[in-house]
Design a binder for this molecule. Structure first.
Ligand code: FUL
Length: 459
């Protein structure tokens, strides 16, 4: 008897000591992972362009044209919170060079505008509203400056660094800093009205910019420039391809997860003639599934209107969008299902870890098993139209391809998804026409190493 108990204890100890799979590099930093977990956050485009009905101001409109009558950053933050946004990035300075804070680096700023008789500071007002509403705060500060007479000369670089310094010192903590990719071209440039080109990798001294941002905000993600921690997806339409590696390509050596930026309206800035062009709830949901559902973060832009508020059409639409998504992803049918896998790396990494509601646990396969099949059996048939899969990316992104199968009344069939089932990463959501099932099977066909799947849900 004693011997049986002893061997049971040894077996249990061995099972719980099974070694975790070795990481497959690259892997995310803790800060990158925390950023990926935000999933959706907002952009605010607001500035002189708003009052001049422009997208790219030339840099010649007087600061006095900035005149919101009813600016209310609390309304922005409350709206964004209700739309499920986890943070907000503000265009503190767009290409026209106008600064939304009372910077000492240039006169072309809010203190020279009628707003609060020159006493206003939108960067401060929004950063404070974010603290009240529990939103993260980030800043966009355009490197290109179409107003500054020294743009393309060494003097402007100092001005730009002073701006970064002020923004990163005084308004943090910042979760993201955006260096826009639009660099040089025609502009006012203090009256010169000419075209100026620069080599953006050299001209701005991005190394120094990065050091300044991180000195005060060590966990901030840097977007753009040569030292970016997160990357642009390559379009502004709101989608990422389904095959999406956080390391850019299957063999990429750096972890640089993607961000999808898109505006809720055609323009980034507010234009009255776009009031009837706000994206529909369906379009926004599609954007969500093609961004967050494709292993990317979604940065959804809200153009603030002339009065200084998010327009009611936009806010209602965004809240409806959030409610729709929340509703669509709220009833996880796998939670009570019986889970089985064809291979498990011991008890600590059993298949049941994919539906234990714990993102720190995961199902893993043996080292010589870079694939695997997991099945979910339902007591009563369920109707499904979406599957969400998450890899335990702390150990690297692995899955290269998978497919879904279903079983109803003893008949097996392949589930035809709307888009190809290739990579997974931090999060992958696949959609398909509603189908009734007794059993759902996910076949992971190819992976860069043993599988590490932390979560699977279906709706
Ligand atoms: C682009 C800019 O040129 C647009 O005006 C906008 O700010 C967008 C988010 O980034 O590069």
């Amino acid at each position: 008897m004693k011997r049986i108990i002893l061997s049971a204890i040894i077996a249990l100890t061995l099972a719980s000591c099974t070694k975790a799979p070795s990481p497959i590099y690259p892997v995310p930093t803790d800060a990158q992972l925390e950023w990926q977990e935000l999933e959706t956050y907002a952009f605010i485009h607001f500035g002189l362009n708003t009052f001049n009905d422009l997208e790219w101001g030339y840099g010649d409109t007087p600061a006095t044209t900035f005149n919101p009558t009813d600016l209310d950053c609390d309304q922005w933050a409350a709206t964004l919170k209700n739309a499920g946004m986890k943070g907000v990035i503000l265009t503190a300075k767009h290409h026209d060079g106008f600064c939304l804070w009372p910077t000492k680096s240039t006169d072309y700023n809010i203190s020279k505008s009628p707003y609060k008789n020159g006493e206003g500071d939108v960067v401060k007002e929004l950063s404070e509203a974010c603290k009240i509403y529990g939103l993260k705060f980030g800043i966009y500060c355009s490197p290109w400056d179409r107003h500054n007479s020294f743009y393309a000369f060494p003097e402007y670089v100092e001005t730009y660094h002073q701006q970064i310094q002020e923004l990163t010192n005084n308004y943090g903590p910042l979760f993201e800093f955006w260096f826009d990719g639009a660099n040089g071209g025609d502009g006012y440039y203090g009256g010169a009205c000419e075209t100026r080109q620069i080599d953006h990798n050299k001209y701005y001294d991005y190394q120094r910019a990065k050091d300044t941002v991180l000195a005060h905000n060590p966990t901030a993600m840097i977007f753009g420039g040569p030292f970016q921690a997160v990357r642009w997806i390559g379009n502004e339409k709101g989608y990422s391809e389904p095959t999406n590696w956080c390391n850019e390509t299957e063999n990429g050596t750096e972890w640089v997860p993607a961000e999808v930026d898109v505006s809720i309206r055609p323009g980034w800035f507010y234009h009255e003639n776009e009031d009837d062009k706000v994206k529909t709830v369906n379009e926004l949901c599609d954007i969500y599934y093609n961004s967050v559902g494709h292993n990317s973060n979604l940065l959804l832009n809200f153009p603030v209107a002339l009065n200084g508020k998010i327009h009611p059409i936009d806010s209602i639409r965004a809240i409806e969008f959030y409610n729709t998504i929340t509703n669509e992803l709220s009833n996880n049918k796998l939670y009570d299902a019986k889970v089985k896998a064809d291979n498990e790396r011991g008890r600590r990494f059993s298949a049941s870890k994919v539906n234990d509601n714990n993102s720190e646990t995961y199902w893993a396969t043996d080292d010589d098993y870079p694939y695997g099949t997991i099945s979910f059996s339902f007591e009563k048939a369920v109707t499904l139209s979406k599957v969400m899969i998450q890899e335990y990316v702390k150990l690297g992104q692995r899955v290269k391809s998978f497919y879904l199968e279903g079983c109803k009344d003893g008949k097996w069939f392949r589930i035809n998804t709307f888009d190809e089932t290739t990579t997974v990463g931090y999060k992958r959501i696949v959609r398909f026409n509603p189908v009734e099932l007794d059993k759902l099977v996910i076949n992971f066909e190819e992976s860069r190493g043993p599988l590490c799947i932390s979560n699977i849900e279906a709706y």
